[in-house]
Design a protein around this ligand. Structure first.
Ligand code: ADP
Ligand code: MG
Length: 573
């Protein structure tokens, strides 16, 4: 007797297994049903759920509806009105096209569909259980479709067991609905849970209010609109948070491509690079980007729930996103990127004369001369009747300016100055280089010398000439002139130490990281005493920076305390 080990699965089992790919949880049912309503041309979509979607999910729309025959077909596997053959895949303008959602959901729930086409007198009601149509009858309804999904996974105990806590699931459903509210500004949405209205965005609600509905006022309040950029069929628009308003995770980085919410590493990477030196490690901006990509240049058929996409021209996408975000920085540079409480000091709003007057010194105009050697002059120094500069704790420069006090973190400020200075240097535009009278020799460990070989070229790009000198040894021949009186050997050793602690060098932008570390390691430190001249020079150079308010890691370089704030602290207001 032969005993076969391989069984041919029945359609019912196949349906339930493949349903798992599309319908992972209640939130994915909400997503699929709403997408169908959008594809049907609805401009009003009502979502109602009970017990976080575990007992009921109902989506009602005013879209084009289905004929009786189509409604009967819709819950069968691989039935769709959106594509006909494989060629249509290259040019998809609808959210759906795989013809899997309704059948997948129907296979693992009890489903009611009521639908009525425009200009039809009567619609149809269907009841489907485990994918089988058990009842059909005529039903009255204005044009549109209502799909009700009850007892999701009632017939798949293994899945039901893994349903998340109600609060978790509800949060995800709110996220899903919020994303639709953002990406379809022409459609009105409501979300009701156990009879309570959770989200409500009318058809004509402005984008600004939609942001508040979807993300909450805190996030919405710190976001600014980026200028729209359109080019060869691509388009970017959206909202970004000011660099001073970052979050500890990427939850508020939302990307929409042709109306579809997607997760995409390329896009988060492009965002990260646009902010680059403005972010503290482990902090992320809030970003909501809407991209239009020619349908032929994107593959949306790489993920069952279409949460992932592939671009045929990644470079163009990346480039346009980075440019859109950076152009906003250019624009808000002239406002202030500081949070409201510490705004006011803004070098960009001053005329050159005002600046000179404020800084009270003409000696500080030269660009490259900022070595801030350490000196032991006595502070405070009185500059004029109204303007005084002090150094406190040998770490902060304090400037009294009429009605307010400006405090500058000398290390962070110098880091910013050096960072921008080195970043500007390139092979066609090298920074001034100083040959060392006594070249310094570095004798490194094997690990360090491997890193040094990788870094030498990048070091050279901004003014360090470091040559191999036998096995594991290197000679520092020249350094950027601005660092000539720093202890560059220690600086370089520290940098090698920093790089050794990174797990994967191939994943980081070496030059960028090297410049950040060089700026950090060679900047004046907290504890370094500065002369008046050095303080003035530092403030002047900071004012010349294109992004003076944060150090390359995103920490603030300065804060200003106004009389108003002082009064608040004394509870006078
Ligand atoms: P897809 O969206 O990939 O085509 P679905 O299984 O989600 O597949 O839906 C199958 C078909 O049912 C759709 O192509 C559409 O014709 C029809 N349909 C589903 N939901 C609606 C709706 N809300 N309004 C009108 N037609 C719908
Ligand atoms: Mg669909």
């Amino acid at each position: 007797m032969t005993t076969n080990k391989i069984n041919i699965l029945t359609d019912d089992v196949i349906g339930k297994i493949s349903a798992g790919e599309v319908v992972e949880r209640p939130a994915s049912v909400v997503k699929e049903l709403v997408e169908n309503s959008i594809d049907a041309g609805a401009d009003s979509i009502e979502i109602e759920i009970k017990s976080a979607g575990h007992s009921l999910i109902r989506v009602a729309d005013n879209g084009e509806g289905m004929s009786i025959d189509d409604a009967k077909l819709a819950s069968r596997r691989y039935t769709t009105s959106k594509i006909r053959d494989i060629n249509d895949l290259a040019d998809i303008n609808t959210l759906g096209f795989r013809g899997e959602a309704l059948s997948s959901i129907a296979a693992v729930s009890q489903m009611d569909i009521i639908t009525c086409q425009k200009n039809e007198k009567s619609g149809v009601y269907l009841y489907i259980e485990s994918g089988e149509i058990l009842k059909t009858r005529p039903a009255g309804r204005v044009n549109g479709t209502t799909v009700e999904v009850r007892n999701l996974f009632y017939n798949v105990p293994a899945r039901r067991k893994f349903l998340k806590k109600e609060s978790t699931e509800l949060a995800e459903i709110v996220n899903v609905a919020g994303r639709f509210i953002l990406s379809y500004p022409g459609i009105g949405f409501t979300l009701t849970h156990d009879g309570k209205r959770f989200l409500d965005a009318g058809k004509n609600m402005s984008m600004e209010r939609r942001l508040k509905v979807a993300c909450g006022s805190d996030i919405a309040g710190c976001m600014v609109n980026i200028p729209e950029l359109a080019e060869s069929g691509y388009e970017v628009k959206g909202y970004i948070s000011r660099p001073s308003n970052t979050r500890k995770d990427k939850r508020f980085q939302l990307f929409f491509i042709n109306g579809r919410f997607v997760r995409n590493a390329l896009l988060s990477d492009a965002v990260y690079f646009s902010y680059k030196s403005l972010l503290e490690r482990g902090r992320y901006p809030a970003v909501i980007l809407f991209l239009k990509v020619p349908p032929g240049n994107i593959d949306v058929n790489v993920h069952p729930a279409k949460l992932e996409v592939k671009f045929s021209d990644e470079k163009t996408v990346r480039n346009i996103v980075e440019r859109a975000i950076k152009s906003k920085f250019e624009e808000i540079k002239t406002e202030s990127m500081m949070p409201a409480s510490s705004r006011i000091f803004n070098p960009f709003l001053e005329t050159k004369e005002e600046k000179r007057e404020r800084l009270f010194s003409a000696e500080t105009e030269t660009q490259t001369e900022f070595s801030y050697g350490i000196s032991g002059e006595k502070e405070p120094l009185i500059l004029s009747g109204t303007e005084r500069i002090f150094q406190i704790s040998a770490s902060y420069i304090v400037q009294i300016k009429g009605e307010s006090v400006l405090i500058v973190d000398q290390h962070a400020a110098h880091e910013r100055i050096l960072y921008e200075f080195f970043s500007k240097a390139s092979s066609d535009n090298p920074s001034e280089v100083q040959n060392l009278l006594f070249p310094a020799r570095l004798d490194l460990s094997t690990g360090e010398s491997i890193i040094m070989e990788k870094l030498a070229e990048n070091f050279r790009s901004f003014g360090f000439h470091i040559e191999p000198f036998g096995e594991k040894s290197f000679i520092i021949q020249a350094v950027p002139a601005v660092l000539e009186d720093r202890d560059v050997k220690t600086v370089i050793c520290d940098i090698l130490g920093d790089f050794s602690s990174y797990n994967n060098l191939s994943e980081i932008d070496l030059r960028e990281e090297l410049i950040k570390l060089t700026a950090c390691r060679s900047a004046i430190k907290a504890g370094d005493k500065l002369s008046l001249k050095e303080m003035l020079s530092l403030l002047a150079h900071l004012a010349e920076c294109s992004l003076p308010f944060t150090c390359p890691h995103g920490r603030p370089t300065m804060l200003e305390i106004t009389v108003e704030e002082i009064e608040k602290r004394f509870r006078r207001t």
